[in-house]
Design a protein around this ligand. Structure first.
Ligand SMILES: [Mn+2]
Length: 324
């Protein structure tokens, strides 16, 4: 954390203390870091102010439903006054889905994130691309807020950090990541239970989709690039949902020759969500930015509004050209 970030955290805390109607928004297709950060900060602000509103903008994946306070995330009334809105783990307003309307209505916005592509859309921006997860920033934030981190808050922070680092494996994992995790363990979180919920609770439809999709793995450039397409038809065949694609892309990156792993998800006929992961050399956030997406050097995403075979060709051309 550099000085300007520390300064922004102090300003944000003053704003929270002075504000009445505080809203926190999750983002569309929320992940463990988004929900974990949202709940950790939500629980802390509730301790501080007695009340907080968390806006549900999308379904919460079932593997996160064990999190303490998850019931606080619900659909909210847009006509109510919003003095302060806090966005977590979202690089731009569009990613907030319906939450964008709440943001545009809010008198003030605090934007807390770790994406390098963050658009600094807040009145106060706490953006730290060197943090492995937004939950890491939230850990510092809550301590500065003067609220003690209890077992529930610690569970949410640990979930955010664990999921965004691939269980402390990805290159974003730092000594600080481990130090924070150690503090959370000291507080008494049940890491075994968290790990079972996050990593050992795959549903059978999800397992079947996993096997089915990987049997259609395509590779390019002497197996340096691996790609899988998930169509809506495949979901139907396996009785699965899009959230059941979790884990496929990291499996592809886990193959020894693979440098770039790619998964295409057919959200709609001409709406293809693309996720990219790289291992050592390729900056995939650069590739995704060409399609108005973004993310991190080793993990990024974008949406291509074309039919799936066309989207595949477009993203493949970009991936292959980065190897030249
Ligand atoms: Mn994150």
């Amino acid at each position: 954390m550099n000085n300007s970030i520390n300064q922004s955290i102090k300003e944000a805390i003053e704003l929270i203390k002075d504000s009445d109607n505080i809203y926190i928004v999750s983002h569309v297709q929320p992940d463990g870091d988004n929900i974990g950060s949202t709940l950790a900060l939500g629980l802390a602000i509730k301790k501080l102010k007695g009340k907080v509103n968390i806006v549900k903008v999308d379904d919460i994946p079932s593997y996160l439903m064990f999190l303490p306070g998850v019931d606080m995330i619900k659909e909210q009334d847009i006509t109510a006054p919003i003095d302060l809105l806090i966005s977590l783990d979202s690089s731009d307003l569009d990613r907030l889905g319906i939450g964008k309307e709440f943001a545009l209505k809010a008198k003030k916005i605090i934007n807390i994130d770790h994406h390098i592509t963050n658009e600094n859309f807040g009145h106060i921006n706490i953006v730290s691309p060197t943090s492995a997860a937004t939950a890491e920033i939230v850990y510092d934030f809550i301590r500065e807020l003067g609220i003690s981190i209890d077992k529930d808050i610690a569970t949410c922070i640990y979930t955010g950090i664990s999921t965004d680092t691939g269980s402390f494996v990805y290159s974003n994992t730092s000594s600080r990541t481990h130090l924070i995790a150690a503090e959370l363990l000291k507080i008494g979180i049940d890491a075994e239970l968290i790990n079972i919920n996050l990593y050992q609770s795959k549903s059978m439809p999800s397992a079947k989709l996993f096997i089915n999709s990987l049997s259609h793995l395509e590779t390019y450039l002497d197996d340096k690039v691996g790609l899988v397409s998930i169509t809506r038809e495949m979901l139907m065949e396996n009785n699965a949902k899009m959230e059941d694609t979790e884990g496929i892309i990291s499996f592809i990156r886990g193959i020894d020759t693979i440098e770039v792993a790619c998964i295409l998800k057919e959200m709609d006929e001409e709406e293809i969500k693309v996720s990219l992961r790289s291992k050592k050399h390729i900056d995939v956030s650069k590739i995704c930015r060409k399609f108005n997406g973004g993310g991190h050097i080793r993990a990024a995403g974008c949406t291509i509004y074309e039919e799936i075979s066309k989207a595949k060709q477009l993203i493949l051309d970009e991936i292959i050209s980065t190897f030249r």
